[in-house]
Write a new protein. Sequence first.
Length: 367
Amino acid sequence: MLWHAIAPVRRYTKASHDVVRHPRLCSDAKILLLYVQGLPDGQTRVALSEHGRKLGIKGRAFQRAKEQLVVNGFVHERRVSGERGLWVTHQLFSNVPLSDADALVVWREAGVGAEASPSVQFPTVGEPGPRTVGHQLPADEELGENSSRPPTEAPSEVEGEGEDGVPAVEPSPQEVEAERVLLSLRNSDRQLRLGVREARELVGLAVEWLRRGVSAGELRRVLSSGLPSNGVRSAVGFLRHRLEMKMPEAPVSEQRAPGRETVEEVQEAVEEAALPAAPPPPPYVPPLVTCQGPGNEHVFRAYSEETECPDCQQAAAYARWAERRAADLGIDLAEDAAKAVEAGRDPDGWRSRLAAAAAAAGGGSRQ
């Protein structure tokens, strides 16, 4: 293969070999990654699907490329509540893989998803409008529940106190990540829509999955795939059952709590580590046995209680067959072999061998 390349001096994008030679990214995903990396700042606010449409990557091809970028940590998505209660999806695109915790730090530093205070918005309070006639509900009729946005947190929890007046504990990064995965399941299927309180009931089980080495993307896939054909009646009950029944096995190093080992167990572990590994046992070799068959004395390896080697057993069986065959046809094997020798034919042919075997079998039976 001939290779010819001229390094560009302008209008080029630096690409890492880890991206170009990534084994789990298809060509569409790599092209999309390099294309977005080289965009000017004014075009970075466009959705990723728009860039894919410009490159001719549409439909299933775009979904496959985007899924590979999300799974491998190049693309992160986050749904937040924007102005007037509308949901907005923010996308984070990186030329290096980022974990969910790293992406959360980037979003916090950029101030993405932070709601503006009421005094910043204009106007702060809307002007009074005219009264609508004929649209007032009766006194005994209640308004329906508005499920367009998730329930907000209680004021006491926002201010740093729990429901019982106890100061709230700051959640760990794993708890934040687990809650985000549980709340994002509504994007995969509407049947898995959870409220904030429902998600926090399942955070403990989800954190245990993350502690046992399961990534956030894999946890989301396990919880949202293979839903029942007759639908999900209760999202929180279904997810609790799946989290408990499909819990992966804990690593060997974590199956026992640290600090519970006794002094004898520690010393025994140190001694076992210092000793060389025992060699594997040698393979079984059957003993040599002297063959009881005719001919010169020879030995063979007997795997059970055989007294003759396989060659002698085969020769004896062939001789018995030849004797029965000759008796059925009325042929004298010894006379046929003598005629063959007188006629000058090969005495070692199949006829002579058959006659010799028949003679040997006859002599053995007479003895």
